[in-house]
Design a protein around this ligand. Structure first.
Ligand code: URA
Ligand code: SF4
Length: 267
């Protein structure tokens, strides 16, 4: 990494922090921009060091169009049918304390599906995924990718709010997982982004000692789909200094989708 890259990374981090209202930052992004010779505002999307390509990702294209997901949609299934089943679901104890079920929402034909941990208070209230504070940050992450929430699908590994926002149990995630798998089978995204340690543990059997900190930025697989783990936006709200890693991970997703990497906006 050369000096300009370092300055550029620092600058984008400061911009994030300023936008998030983090106080006590002694230097503004604009001041930093003037440091060094011609530091650009572009965060360079260099290869993520620990990124490993998934086994069947190659340049050769299959002759036939094959579904991305292993999960082949079952006859007559639909997102609204899944949502209706979820609304009536009592497969795990979380049904007892929910106000509304939160099946997830977004594009019916997305390239990316974001999977979080579980609904919080705002989500439980509205029946929509990621509409609270963490959701606001997720929106900004999606917009930084040059996309909108309507371009992607946003959901959670459990569809009902765990009481007091506790972490869902593995048994609850496993009870709920068939709904997510059916959604993925219908949506056929090219990439699933797992937001945070809980979603990751629910989606992929992780080797011992492999937490989100080590797994993030590496390509894994879920239901036949490329899966990128990254930090949860709620974790970013508490630890803004890791946002630059999330941005690296999201850039890796854009590269995999052959999408341009937008400049980090000057504000
Ligand atoms: N956190 C999550 O994991 N999911 C939401 O929908 C909101 C906050
Ligand atoms: Fe059913 Fe999932 Fe809600 Fe549990 S969290 S009751 S499995 S919809």
């Amino acid at each position: 990494m050369n000096l300009n890259d370092v300055i550029s990374d620092l600058k984008s981090l400061l911009e994030y922090e300023r936008d998030e209202g983090v106080g006590g930052v002694a230097v503004s992004p604009e001041v930093l921009a003037g440091v060094g010779t011609g530091a650009s505002s572009v965060v360079h999307g260099g290869a993520v060091a620990q990124s490993i390509p998934s086994q069947d990702f190659g340049s050769a294209q299959p002759a036939k169009v094959v579904p991305h997901a292993e999960q082949v949609p079952i006859a007559d299934d639909s997102l609204s049918r899944i949502a209706a089943e979820v609304a009536a679901c009592s497969l795990c104890p979380l049904h007892g304390t929910r106000t509304n079920t939160v099946p997830g929402q977004g594009s019916p034909n997305p390239e990316i599906v974001f999977v979080g941990e579980g609904p919080g208070a705002d989500e439980d209230e509205q029946g929509l995924a990621f509409v609270g504070k963490a959701g606001h940050l997720l929106t900004r992450m999606i917009e930084a990718m040059g996309l909108t929430r309507d371009d992607v699908f946003i959901c959670n590994i459990v569809k009902c709010r765990p009481p007091e926002n506790r972490t869902p149990e593995l048994s609850e995630m496993n009870a709920c997982l068939p709904y997510l798998k059916r959604q993925i089978g219908l949506l056929q995204p090219k990439v699933v982004v797992a937001l945070g340690a809980t979603a990751l543990t629910g989606l992929v059997e992780m080797p011992k000692g492999m937490g989100i900190t080590r797994a993030r930025g590496t390509w894994l697989r879920f239901a036949g789909i490329d899966l990128m783990p990254t930090f949860h936006p709620a974790y970013l709200l508490r630890n803004p200094n890791v946002k630059k890693y999330v941005w690296e991970d999201l850039q890796a997703v854009l590269r995999r989708l052959d999408k341009p990497i937008p400049e980090v906006k000057k504000r």
